[in-house]
Design a protein. Structure first.
Length: 461
């Protein structure tokens, strides 16, 4: 069953479908335009899901988007459309221009040092996902996209598992298989046919397939394929001990229009023999939404500053769990982008939906926010926020129980008509597990339109 969409269709009043780029079964990829932020995005459509499966897929995409690591292709938004008893799920992500690692390896394997550097970067990304409780479960070279500078971006986090991947294996084995493929051009595990299968040896030792592989790389590969490392972080550390060199992008191949067309394919949509590409985010010109506060004024956006409040350090060492909080709406706003507000990267932004006619959410609701779960009660002296624009009003609320409504948490600080960079010292230090940034009024982004982006939230002690 195919999604009931065509080019020119606008999803959620926001995402204009520009070009159909690939289909596999009930899954489609579209190149689209986010008309609110004026940026190119990828829209992945999965048709004819049961309500249970649709809910699971949307939740998986939301979990993927909450992982605060820029090496994963970011999920930006998730939505559903109901048609009778079935549900179509659409997932909006970045559009990345570049070829897949699979396409590169079909031409030739990588030198050991280049493969080590590339897979170590992938292992660091997987380790960040594991710390957030997320996994891939079917990692292969078609899931690794190479940008113009040769740096990798990974796709398919959580969603492959939700879609019922034919072959599921833990991510440590997946990293071992990636390294095997990178140095041999052959794939050692079942279930994916994007590269030739192993023709010599036991499928664990790449030296048996290609003798030029060093013994050290062979040892790490075999151990990972055997599940001999406790987690992806251990794989990354083992690779960091080996000689490495970054992949240098090749500029001697000017892609033809037909080749460029083939590259516009989805991570979990297209047949594995094709090259996967998704999209680069660019914020709209002429709008403050999405700009990093201070970038036009030469002001450093770094967060750990005291401002005379005696609080200089983040209360967390790894990013906390964050969810969008929208009890008066559909329950979520930009669920895939929530991790961007605590990723220590002011160039990435979580955004509210766009509202029309009124700064108070168009009269539709009283507010929306981000709920931060610190995992346990922690003492906080101050909060600092970097916003996409000045003019917002919000409350900082905190308490010991997960709220159902903002009123379930007491207000500990407020800001009215705030600056783009705002620090809120608390009158007295507050110890709490749950912290809610509850936005009550939005700045104007265009005539008649109101929205807010949060680049960073920092709770300080």
């Amino acid at each position: 069953m195919q999604p009931r969409v065509s080019d020119g269709r606008v999803l959620d009043g926001r995402y204009l479908l520009d070009e159909h780029c690939g289909t596999a079964g009930d899954r489609q990829l579209w190149h689209a335009t986010d008309e609110v932020l004026g940026r190119r995005v990828a829209v992945h459509l999965v048709a004819g899901q049961t309500r249970t499966d649709a809910k699971a897929l949307a939740a998986a995409a939301g979990r993927a988007g909450s992982v605060p690591d820029s090496r994963w292709v970011r999920v930006l938004d998730v939505g559903t459309e109901t048609a009778g008893r079935k549900v179509d799920v659409w997932i909006v992500s970045e559009w990345i221009e570049g070829q897949s690692l699979a396409a590169l390896l079909r031409r030739e394997p990588l030198k050991d040092a280049v493969a080590v550097h590339l897979v170590a970067t992938c292992a660091q990304a997987v380790a960040a996902a594991q710390r957030s409780g997320a996994s891939h479960g079917s990692l292969h070279p078609g899931e690794v996209l190479l940008q113009a500078d040769g740096s990798p971006r990974l796709t398919g986090l959580e969603t492959h598992l939700a879609l019922g991947a034919e072959q599921v294996y833990d991510d440590v084995r997946g990293l071992g298989a990636l390294l095997f493929a990178a140095v041999t051009g052959h794939w050692p595990l079942p279930g994916w046919g994007g590269l030739p299968a192993v023709t010599r040896g036991d499928g664990r030792h790449p030296r048996q397939q290609r003798f030029a592989v060093s013994r050290a790389v062979d040892e790490v590969t075999a151990r990972a394929l055997d599940g001999g490392y406790p987690d992806a972080g251990a794989v990354a550390r083992a690779l960091d001990a080996l000689p490495s060199a970054p992949l240098v992008a090749r500029h001697d191949e000017a892609p033809s229009p037909s080749r460029d067309r083939l590259r516009r394919i989805a991570w979990w949509v297209v047949p594995p023999v094709l090259v996967a590409v998704v999209g680069v985010v660019s914020w709209s010109a002429g709008s403050d939404l999405g700009k990093v506060p201070g970038e036009d004024r030469g002001v450093s956006p770094s967060l750990p500053q005291s401002h005379g409040i005696g609080a200089t350090r983040l209360v967390w060492t790894t990013p906390p769990a964050v969810t969008s909080f929208d009890p008066e709406g559909n329950g979520i706003e930009d669920p895939g982008g929530v991790g961007l507000a605590v990723d220590d990267d002011p160039s990435t932004v979580w955004t509210t939906d766009s509202y029309h006619g009124s700064a108070r959410f168009g009269g539709l609701k009283n507010g929306v926010g981000l709920l931060i779960d610190l995992g346990r009660p922690r003492r906080v002296k101050a909060a600092r926020l970097l916003l996409s624009a000045a003019g917002a009003s919000f409350e900082l609320r905190a308490g010991g129980q997960r709220p159902g409504q903002p009123s379930d948490l007491p207000v500990v600080a407020t800001s009215t008509d705030s600056k783009a960079s705002v620090t809120l010292p608390l009158p007295t230090a507050v110890t709490a597990r749950y912290w809610l940034v509850w936005i009550t009024s939005l700045p104007r982004t265009a005539p008649g339109n109101f929205a807010l982006g949060i680049a960073e939230v920092a709770l300080l002690h």
